[in-house]
Design a protein around this ligand. Structure first.
Ligand SMILES: [Cu+2]
Length: 313
């Protein structure tokens, strides 16, 4: 069963995954048994009752009580088993344990933001303690996204103007991939994140040091890191390639034409405005798809990104 299970599904890394998998295998195996049985019966009967001569006449059979009850009751039992099992699993998935550790999730086209109790925000990296229930309170800044971690067997839509939540308990420290599983535009397939499950102790240390590690870093180096950490590089290249957004190469100090014809020189204020209010002015030839980083990046971080952009000539 284990080998079969590994072949069918990714490794199960949450406490609720086993119930989900058992039900999945039950439905699959019963369907397979019926498929094979019915196929064999069809082939056998069409051979056994084939027409042999012109005198062959089909007998008239109006009904058969025993047979009809059997083929109604057996499927009813199977369906009730699937219902009971599925309902229990569903109730477990929607009832969050009381002592859950809460993380706020904000989805934006096309990245995931994770806000922790300390005010620290990580982008496309979710850090959680293992062996403790974690509750995600999720909403979207724009269109409908969906948070899906195959390893944990959990998935829930993330909507604008409304909170949805989801919980899981990771069984051991490790990494798992998060997918956006609601088609949300051109870079939907890049909307990935990684969950890092730590021991409670490692998690506490991580949370304590997260963010403050930036304090004594060189601004250019910090800026470069922030561009990756905040997924700017999914839309902006540094080598001249055009992605969703204009390349950062040679951007600093250049003249840019806006959609309304206005000419802007890329300076500190323009970069700052682009990061906090990307839709205030849209660069000509591009779509207004950049998410706002207001509340995610602080002044020091914006300064660091500016210093980094200056080096990309
Ligand atoms: Cu999405």
């Amino acid at each position: 069963m284990n080998r079969f299970s590994d072949f069918m599904l990714p490794p199960a890394k949450s406490t609720t995954a086993e119930t989900t998998d058992a039900l999945f295998h039950f439905i699959n195996v019963t369907s397979l048994i019926f498929l094979v049985g019915i196929t064999i019966a069809i082939i056998f009967f069409s051979w056994k009752y084939r027409r042999r001569s012109d005198e062959d006449v089909t007998p008239v059979i109006s009904h058969n009580n025993k047979l009809e009850i059997t083929w109604s009751v057996i499927p009813l039992i199977l369906v009730m088993i699937v219902f009971g099992w599925g309902f229990t699993g569903y109730m477990n998935l929607i009832t969050t344990p009381d002592d859950a550790y809460e993380v706020r999730v904000v989805a934006k086209s096309w990245l995931w933001e994770f806000h922790y109790e300390t005010g620290f925000v990580s982008v496309n990296e979710l850090h959680v303690p293992a062996n403790r229930p974690v509750k995600l309170i999720m909403s979207s800044d724009d269109v409908i996204h969906s948070f899906f971690v195959p390893d944990y067997r959990v998935k829930r839509d993330v909507l604008p103007n409304r909170y949805t939540s989801l919980w899981f308990e990771v069984t051991e420290p490790g990494e798992s991939i998060v997918y956006c599983t609601e088609y949300c535009g051109t870079a939907h397939s890049n909307m990935l994140a990684t969950v890092f499950a730590h021991t409670q102790e490692d998690f506490d240390t991580w949370l304590e040091t997260a963010g403050s590690a930036d304090d004594d870093m060189d601004p250019v180096e910090l800026g470069e890191q922030l561009v990756t950490r905040n997924a700017c590089d999914t839309c902006h290249s540094t080598d001249g390639t055009r992605l969703q957004g204009p390349t950062f190469q040679g951007l600093w100090g250049s003249e840019r034409e806006m959609q309304d014809g206005e000419i802007v020189v890329v300076d500190e204020n323009y970069v700052r405005e682009s990061i906090l209010e990307p839709n205030a002015r849209i660069t000509k030839g591009y779509q207004p798809v950049m998410p706002s980083y207001a509340g995610t990046l602080n002044d020091r971080q914006i300064d660091a990104i500016i210093e980094y952009l200056k080096t990309l000539q």
